[in-house]
Design a protein around this ligand. Structure first.
Ligand code: AMP
Ligand code: MG
Length: 427
């Protein structure tokens, strides 16, 4: 008996991990940088290490409102010390005479000689001709004192090149006196959709849609996802389904962008103009990735400089996402997101999965690694969206993450599964 030849569209599938390695191998970090106000740097990626030119805090200072003193001067509880000075935040005091104390406020520098603060709740003011306080506790040296440099030491690398800035890191940079930061340029991405069935919302009202037409939904979430990833987006809309228009769009886009991202038309054997056009202007690899949703995926390059110039060496990246909305969304998160982070010089591009109990069953195992749309419930488990079809965008809008289910695995109620949160992916 002879084994029938496999149909021509059944190329061996590539694992998602291998696809990721191949894709990241092309993602050389962008060289250009921007100098931006620290106020505007949230989400940007540092192009240089931030090295502290000072220590933070700059001086020993009080962490309480109270009295600064020498701990050794309080030989017994109830000891009265005269108050010889008053030091508020932003003002420097005088050296502290032995046997005396200073009224001090939170953040005020410790006077020379003082080694501890007694909080005002542990004191009683003494009236009369001397202004003094009863100290009601035995102070320990160092108590309620914030040490100079306890947050940041001079010369320390506080944030490293390749780190993505968060609101907290902007505050930290500001604490070092940095009003501007050098960050990696935003990736310039040209986005377009393909498919003769696509209609833009607003162009045709729902009641007038022709049979076979659908609204272009991918364009909306892809543009928003690109913005979340810190990209500058040129939205080229729906490129007409003919060779000349596709070539023209690719050529113009390649000259001015780092990445051309398209959706639709990368399935095997599909009649479309993207594949031959990219091949004509550069190179294209079509991958069949062993994942569900999202099997078809394309990576290529488009030469810059009128495109057809064979001597042109500079190229623009090309990524073709599948057209099915859920496949497009999921492959963006799992493959395009790390690619864009790497273009911005981020090293740690993998997302952390957490283990949670499945509050559902999956009785039918798939041959491919599956990414199920799920939602966390109040009982600490995960619920499964009932329709996992790659065309059902409701599953993504309803869900708050994905279960990464290995190929060939069923899931029983209560099984520990690997959960990837959308919030983490989009942070
Ligand atoms: P394709 O990958 O082009 O074969 O498309 C696969 C499926 O996704 C088809 O049902 C298309 O109609 C649909 N599709 C392609 N592009 C879009 C889009 N931009 N918005 C919504 N659905 C799309
Ligand atoms: Mg199509």
């Amino acid at each position: 008996m002879t084994t029938p030849a496999p149909p021509h569209n059944r190329a061996p599938l590539m694992s998602l991990d291998d696809a990721m390695v191949s894709l990241l191998a092309h993602a050389e970090p962008l060289q250009s940088t921007d100098r931006v106000s620290t106020f505007d740097a949230d989400g940007r990626v540092l192009a240089q290490d931030l090295v502290s030119a000072l220590q933070v805090p700059p001086n020993d200072n009080s962490s309480m409102d109270g009295y600064a003193l020498r701990a050794a001067d309080v030989t017994e509880i109830g000891r009265v010390l005269p108050v010889t000075q008053r030091i508020a935040a932003g003002h420097a005091g005088e050296p502290l005479e032995p046997g005396t104390c200073a009224r001090i406020f939170t953040g005020a520098p410790m006077p020379a000689g003082a080694d501890a603060v007694v909080m005002q709740e542990d004191t009683v003011e003494v009236g009369g001709n001397i202004h003094g306080v009863h100290i009601q506790v035995m102070p320990q040296p160092g108590q309620w004192v914030r040490r100079a440099g306890e947050d940041v030491t001079r010369g320390a690398v506080v944030l490293a090149r390749g780190e993505r800035l968060s609101p907290a890191s902007l505050g930290l940079a500001a604490s070092l006196g940095l009003a501007h930061l050098s960050v990696v340029a935003r990736p310039r991405v040209a986005l377009f959709s393909t498919g003769d069935e696509l209609v833009m919302p607003g162009d045709v009202p729902p009641e007038a849609m022709k049979a076979g037409n659908i609204y272009n939904s991918n364009r909306f979430f892809l543009r928003a996802l690109l913005h979340r990833m810190g990209c500058e987006v040129s939205d080229l809309g729906i490129v007409p389904d003919n060779r000349a228009a596709t070539l023209a769009a690719l050529k113009t886009a390649a000259d001015h962008h780092d990445l051309i991202l398209t959706s639709g038309g990368v399935s095997v054997g599909e009649e479309d103009h993207i594949k031959p056009a990219v091949q004509q202007l550069g190179s294209l690899d079509l991958w069949q990735i062993a994942m569900k949703p999202g099997k078809p995926f394309a990576y290529g390059t488009v030469k810059r400089g009128a495109g057809a110039d064979l001597a042109a060496t500079e190229t623009c990246h090309f990524i073709g996402l599948p057209g099915n909305p859920v496949s497009s969304f999921v492959t963006f998160l799992l493959l395009v997101r790390p690619f864009l982070l790497r273009l911005q010089g981020v090293n740690a591009v993998a997302v952390q999965a957490t283990t949670l109990p499945a509050h559902f069953t999956l009785s039918k195992a798939d041959k491919r690694r599956e990414f199920l749309r799920v939602r966390r419930n109040a009982a600490g488990g995960l619920d499964l969206f009932p329709n996992q079809s790659s065309g059902v965008l409701t599953s993504v809008a309803w869900g708050d993450g994905l279960v990464d289910n290995p190929a060939g695995s069923t899931i029983a109620h209560g099984d520990a599964v690997s959960f990837i949160s959308f919030a983490d992916l989009l942070a």
